[in-house]
Design a protein around this ligand. Structure first.
Ligand SMILES: C[S@@+](CC[C@H](N)C(=O)[O-])C[C@H]1O[C@@H](n2cnc3c(N)ncnc32)[C@H](O)[C@@H]1O
Length: 212
């Protein structure tokens, strides 16, 4: 498996600058900002949660929540214990402003670097695009290990870790997490065919903890 070349998407400076612009745009036009990988990728995860009767009072964490739109959608569906962390203060300011405007002030947001660990336990941990961003940082391999340790340590033993990636394929993700997690469900995503090979632009997998 080849390492990705580091890029500015793997730096806090990039995200701070980006969310500064998105906060300005939200203040001026009410635009919540980029929906990474399209609205359907969040919808697919939420539909899976609804089909699998995830309890509405489960502790749910969105890792690298950005503008927090995933949690807003969960709040609309009636989920009540919602948490979002992001290492960019600008992301958290934006997420709080959006939640406030939509009267979902019960969503808990905090500034946190996932690589430094989390201080709470969760039934569901969701990631859309954050593992991807970390994979583009300097020392990506080491950072991915720290990330996976943080997720493992703060996920309840019967919890679900749901990851959506556009940088890694299903087999690459399985290989990277295999020490700690086992695939529970591959959520189908649109596929494309090129030169006889079938691939996906985005991969979403639900993992469970590997328990000794
Ligand atoms: C591609 S964006 C995705 C945002 C959001 N999950 C979404 O789907 O709209 C990646 C996010 O990860 C956050 N991030 C990157 N590295 C992080 C880290 N070490 N700890 C916490 N957040 C991080 C960035 O600030 C950014 O908001």
């Amino acid at each position: 498996m080849e390492e990705l070349r580091p890029s500015e998407l793997g730096t806090l400076e990039f995200w701070d600058k980006r969310y500064k612009e998105e906060n300005n745009s939200f203040q001026t036009h009410g635009d919540p900002g980029e929906i990474w990988f399209g609205e359907e990728s969040a919808e697919r995860v939420i539909n899976w949660m609804l089909r699998n009767e995830i309890q509405k009072d489960s502790n749910i964490l969105d890792l690298g929540c950005g503008n927090g739109m995933f949690l807003i959608e969960l709040a609309r569906e009636g989920f009540t214990n919602l948490f979002g962390v992001d290492y960019s203060q600008g992301a958290i300011d934006l997420a709080r402003a959006i939640a406030h405007k939509q009267d979902f002030t019960f969503i808990n947001y905090s500034v946190k670097n996932i690589l430094e660990g989390l201080d709470q336990n969760f039934d569901i941990i969701n990631d859309k695009g954050t593992y991807d961003a970390i994979s583009l940082s300097e020392n990506s391999k080491q950072n991915r290990e720290l990330y996976l340790k943080s997720v493992f340590d703060s996920l309840s033993d019967d919890g679900y870790f749901i990851i959506t990636s556009c940088n890694w394929t299903e087999s690459e993700l399985d290989e990277q997490v295999s020490n700690k997690f086992v695939c529970h469900k591959l959520i189908p995503t649109p596929q494309f065919k090129f030169g006889g090979n079938v691939g996906s632009l985005v991969t979403t997998i639900v993992y469970k903890k590997k328990l000794k």
